[in-house]
Design a binder for this molecule. Sequence first.
Ligand code: ADE
Length: 324
Amino acid sequence: EEWQDRGASVIRQQEVDSSGQTVTRTVKKGVKDFNFGRTLGEGSYSTVLAATDRQTLKEYAIKVLDKRHIIKEKKVKYVNIERDTLNRLTEHPGIVRLYYTFQDERSLYFVLDLASSGELLGVLKKMGSFDMECARFYGAEILDSVAYMHSRGVIHRDLKPENVLLDKDMHVKITDFGTAKILPEPRVGGAGSQEAPGDPTDGAETDRAVSFVGTAEYVSPELLRDKNACKASDLWAFGCIIYQLLAGRPPFKAANEYLTFQKILALDYTFPDAFPEVARDLIERLLVLEPANRLPIEHIRNHRFFDGVQWGKGLWRQKAPRLK
Ligand code: ADE
């Protein structure tokens, strides 16, 4: 079976039977356990629907993927990467969590956190641009989420305001790990470690590396030059996002992809008049052609741009600033 499920979808339910004995049943969630609602988004291989768990009434976003289409278009590998990645990133409020996976004859289903306020891109477009307070808050939540995924050995590779979703309280939920790269984890598997040895992307990685280029405006120069993404590639995209939050448009934008790539490789961008100096300083330390020379996450956190941010749990408990 090509689509064997793992871990995430199995729940254990303890019950007392008629003879008074406690029995543990393993129950698997399936399509019939949810009421499906409105369409939240549509991609080339999937549709995301709002859904409610019939038992708990908890709301989710369910990504429905068409098996035949995925096989025909040879995307099986990427669907597996998305599931494996999300299964590794379950302990952070800034990343869309995968609760269950199941399938029927036609489709695969990923049951995810619902981010009911939609894409950061939509909010940004409606506002035009953000003030410093909002840019600092959303920048901090994105950075905290990226720091977590990197600590778990995941490079996103396609960070952009469309992949930054917002929950009902306007906190960040990063999504779309179908083009992520899983690094072998630099930790010894202790109790509770369930990872199989080896990198699940071994072998797959070489052809992906040459075939995958993220979204033109946020692509790093090393990906264009060497077809090679590293953790710092996500920090390039992060620099592009901070710029966009304040300027209302990404730093590298041209009439077509080719011209955009040329601008990126030449580091050809300028700041609008009256762009805050402290943000400009941070962005100039992120949009650096050589990935090794980009400001590392620990230093980004301590940059003046983020002065006053409570890093850690406080950030996620804080009330999101009013959009201005
Ligand atoms: N669109 C895509 N994924 C989504 C999610 N998890 N929540 C809301 N809308 C989405």
